[in-house]
Design a protein around this ligand. Structure first.
Ligand SMILES: N[C@@H](CCC(=O)N[C@@H](CS)C(=O)NCC(=O)O)C(=O)O
Length: 221
């Protein structure tokens, strides 16, 4: 049995939850917060969540875990069969994480966790987000899924990161950069949000956010 460890507010945690649900892999969840990192550094050496535990081992880094789940549970694939299309799916995931979410993340301290971010950081993140989101707009197919006719791993990634990017850019710039630069994402997000496993994740995310806020522990992402 796979145990998904972390907390349900994290987009990287929810990326894996979507993958597990869509692939119909039995799993359980173990609630762990980043400030408890001393207890799990053996499995996640940077103390980041999510990580997974299973008989015989554990893994950190959500994309590595995603690939492991795909290799170990191939029955319901989340990558296209064609080798080039598989690479394109991974290419999109890489851009989503490296050039969009990882940039927007620099804003989370202010928009989600009550801290402040310098004007310089905001301006730099803005410029880099424009570049990253334009690249995603060029690669994304939205026909109707992000890589084409079938749902793929890139949809699990895009949904959780788009959710954060539109919240963060609306809050910090008063401008939803996702909507502005990738306008087709709007219909896409509404469609994905209606998908049962995605709905389940979002409902559980709300409960996780309420529990997290009630703890009142200082945290900046
Ligand atoms: N590259 C990592 C990113 C994971 C990540 O940044 N997780 C955040 C929560 S969303 C975290 O653990 N933050 C606490 C910290 O960095 O100490 C992955 O894909 O798993």
């Amino acid at each position: 049995m796979i145990t998904l460890c972390g907390f349900g507010v994290s987009n990287y945690y929810n990326k894996l939850k979507l993958v597990l649900l869509e692939k119909q892999i039995p799993f359980r969840e173990r609630l762990v917060y980043p400030w408890e990192r001393e207890t799990y550094l053996d499995t996640s050496p940077l103390g980041k969540i999510p990580f997974i535990e299973f008989d015989g081992g554990g893994l950190s880094e959500s994309q590595v875990i995603l690939e492991y789940l795909e290799d170990r549970f191939p029955e319901i694939p989340l990558y296209p069969a064609d080798v080039y299309e598989r690479a394109q799916c991974r290419e999109l995931i890489q851009h989503l994480e490296l050039n969009a979410e990882w940039v927007a993340r620099r804003l989370y301290k202010e928009c989600f966790f009550g801290g402040t971010v310098s004007e310089e950081t905001k301006a730099e993140a803005h410029d880099r987000l424009v570049v990253g989101l334009n690249a995603i707009g060029r690669l994304a197919k939205f026909s109707p899924y992000i890589c084409g006719a079938e749902i793929t791993a890139a949809d699990c990634v895009a949904f959780v990161h788009f959710t954060m990017i539109r919240l963060a850019t609306s809050a910090i710039y008063d401008d939803n950069l996702l909507l502005k630069l990738v306008p087709k994402s709007n219909v896409y997000m509404a469609m994905m949000d209606g998908r049962p496993h995605f709905r389940t994740m979002m409902v559980e995310r709300e409960a996780a956010a309420a529990a997290f806020t009630a703890l009142g522990v200082p945290y900046d992402g």
